[in-house]
Each structure stands twice: as structure tokens, then as C-alpha cells.
Design a binder for this molecule. Structure first.
Ligand code: ADP
Ligand code: MG
Length: 335
């Protein structure tokens, strides 16, 4: 069959059976009936989140289908991670221009490979013809002993808490700008940045390790400043971020990047780039050892980048404590 041909006779139900239906493992009932049935663990709450990926808005028409399958689930698992939830299952609502085997096979492989790594089972969805649109809803569980939820929320940051981020920031934005032709990066850097853009790793293990330790958490999808701003608003506090702890946060950081991209722009990518899918969280300053242990236990690098303040919005300060200003607007789909 020619590449990208539509296989004859591959109807909606054949398509679901061939690419998405697999033997049920954890769910009480998976694909095939009107509803899936899930049984959260005893004493657990369900954590639920949806994220949609729309062609030309979140990805390009020629996006690699394997990476797209990975990313569609990764951005959803990242929300579970931010709440400290353990993944259980997900549903997939898919609009497709055609039943294209050359696209469906790698898409489902990328999607299900990440699902398997996190023990997150595909239990249902909807499939229709239309412009390519991928909407996933994930279900996770969080312990709630005696009704007291251990979910990490945005509202618990307290004055004096440390502020942390996981992993690296800004590389996804750099990749986007390189793809648009705004920078010409050396091949190795471009590859590293593009991997961060197309195949983010949701910090699921870290989120779980932070239960009972982090006072607040959020995943960074629209940029550090904007997303941390949601935590500050929900918690009724301010923050001071230390620029020297931020400038080397990019995975691409180093002399090869410095030769092409001004330091000021690198900081902008870190602060307001978006598409990072790392966790930003706060924890009491006397729990630094416990945070280090959680990072080690989850094999996730974590960096301390600032402090929660009583009020005064969000400030970025230099090594001398002087405020730095810049154009750091976060990403907003309607601006
Ligand atoms: P209904 O019409 O009752 O909503 P459908 O006929 O759309 O059900 O789907 C049949 C079964 O296949 C259902 O169990 C549904 O959850 C599942 N399903 C449909 N599309 C997908 C998909 N893209 N991925 C996984 N399961 C799907
Ligand atoms: Mg349906």
C-alpha cells in the first residue's frame, strides 16, 4: 500500500480495534461498552484533567505522529503530576481527516508507549472525521485518608517558602523559534531543544514524591512567570526569583548557545517560554533535605530558584538583589 493511502474498509470500529483497543489491565471495564468503569483504590480520590491539542495551534500539520501521540498524553500526565496524582486511565477523543494507517500506527505507538510507562490505561474515547484534533482526559488517584486529600494544589504557598522547579526550562520555546527560523542553532543544540518541544517527560514520580511535602505545585505549560503567577494569586502571596539560579536552567545552556542567542533572550525563554511541562512548587525552607530526598527518590533534578514573599507580586532579582525588568509576558491563547 502506498504511504499515506487510506486503507480500504477501515471503518471507525476497525480503527479503534486495530490501533487503540488492548486487553484490559487495571480498569474494571475498558473500551467497547457505553462507559468504561474505573475503581480507584480504597481511600483515594479521583483526579481528572483534560487537554486538547489542535493542529496549527499546538502542533504543525507535518508533526511526527509518534511524537504527537507521546505529547498528547504527556501534557495530560503533567497535570496529574502537578497534583501529586498516580495515573490510572485516560480517554481519547480524536477527530481525523482520514483513517490513515501511516499516521495512526505511529501515533498510537507513541501514545501507548508513554501510557505503558506510567501504567495509564486507554479505556475509551470517541472517533470522528474532521480537522485533526486530539483531546485526552486523564484519570488519576490521590490518597485521601480519613477524607483528607493529599493532592497538591495551587493555594498552599506560604511566606518564606522556597520556590523550586524541576528539570530544564526554555528549550521548547527555543526550539519553536529555531523552527520558525529566528535562530540558527548548531545541529546538536537544535536536536536537544526539539526533543524538549516534541517529547516532554511528565514529572509524575516527582509529583507523587512531593505529597505531604510541597505546599503548592503547578505544571509549567504557559511559562514559569505566568504559571507561578497562578500559584501566587491562589495563595495570596508574592515571590522573588533569583536570576542567577535561572540563567543556566536551559538544557541547551552553554558556550555554544551563548554564541548564537543573547543571554537576555535565554532568560526570557526560561521565564516565559512555555511548553516546558516541568513542575514549579513551593516547600517550607526547613524541608530542603526532604525536597532533595524526593528529587533523588524520583530521579528528577530539582533546582531552588527563589522565595515566597508576603506580598508585592513577582520580582526577578540579580545577584545584588536589584530588580530586573523585561518583556516576559506569558503565553495566552486569546491575546
Ligand atoms: P458511543 O457511540 O456509545 O459513544 P462509540 O461507538 O463512539 O460509542 O465507541 C465505541 C467504543 O469505542 C466505546 O467504548 C468508546 O469509548 C471507544 N472509543 C471510541 N473512540 C475511541 C478512541 N479514539 N480511543 C479509544 N477508545 C475509543
Ligand atoms: Mg461516540
Amino acid at each position: 500500500m502506498a504511504p499515506h493511502a487510506t486503507p480500504q474498509g477501515l471503518g471507525e470500529f476497525d480503527l479503534i480495534r486495530q490501533y487503540f483497543e488492548r486487553p484490559v489491565r487495571r480498569a474494571a471495564l475498558g473500551i467497547g461498552d457505553d462507559c468504561a468503569l474505573l475503581q480507584p483504590g480504597a481511600g483515594c480520590q479521583l483526579a481528572v484533567s483534560s487537554d486538547m491539542l489542535v493542529q496549527d495551534r499546538h502542533f504543525f500539520a507535518d508533526a511526527d505522529p509518534f511524537q504527537l501521540g507521546h505529547k498528547a498524553l504527556a501534557v495530560n500526565l503533567s497535570d496529574l503530576a502537578a497534583c501529586g496524582a498516580s495515573p490510572l486511565a485516560f480517554t481519547l477523543a480524536l477527530a481525523l481527516p482520514a483513517a490513515d494507517a501511516a499516521w495512526l500506527a505511529p501515533f498510537s505507538r507513541g501514545l501507548l508507549a508513554l501510557a505503558d510507562r506510567h501504567g495509564c490505561e486507554l479505556v475509551g474515547g470517541d472517533t470522528t472525521r474532521g480537522p485533526l484534533n486530539i483531546c485526552i482526559t486523564v484519570f488519576g488517584e490521590v490518597p485521601a485518608p480519613a477524607g483528607r486529600s493529599q493532592a497538591l494544589l495551587r493555594c498552599g504557598a506560604r511566606c518564606g517558602d522556597d520556590i523550586y522547579v524541576s528539570g530544564t526550562l526554555g528549550d521548547a520555546r527555543l526550539a519553536l523559534e529555531a523552527i520558525r527560523g529566528e535562530w540558527t542553532l548548531p545541529a546538536a543544540l537544535r536536536k536537544r531543544a526539539c526533543t524538549r518541544l516534541h517529547q516532554p517527560e511528565p514529572r509524575v514520580a516527582l509529583g507523587q514524591a512531593l505529597r505531604g511535602l510541597a505546599t503548592s505545585a503547578i505544571d509549567i505549560s504557559d511559562g514559569l512567570l505566568g504559571d507561578l503567577g497562578h500559584v501566587l494569586k491562589a495563595s495570596g502571596v508574592g515571590a522573588r526569583l533569583d536570576a542567577p539560579c535561572l540563567v543556566d536552567r536551559m538544557a541547551c545552556h552553554g558556550p555554544a548557545l551563548d554564541a548564537v542567542v543573547p543571554a537576555e533572550h535565554q532568560l526570557r525563554c526560561v521565564l516565559a517560554g512555555g511548553d516546558d511541562y516541568e513542575l514549579a512548587f513551593t516547600a517550607p525552607a526547613d524541608r530542603r533535605d526532604a525536597v532533595a530526598a524526593a528529587a533523588q527518590h524520583s530521579a528528577t533534578p530539582v533546582s531552588r530558584i527563589g522565595t515566597i514573599t508576603a506580598r508585592g507580586g513577582l520580582q526577578v532579582v540579580d545577584a545584588q538583589g536589584a530588580a530586573i525588568t523585561g518583556h516576559w509576558a506569558s503565553f495566552d491563547h486569546f491575546c
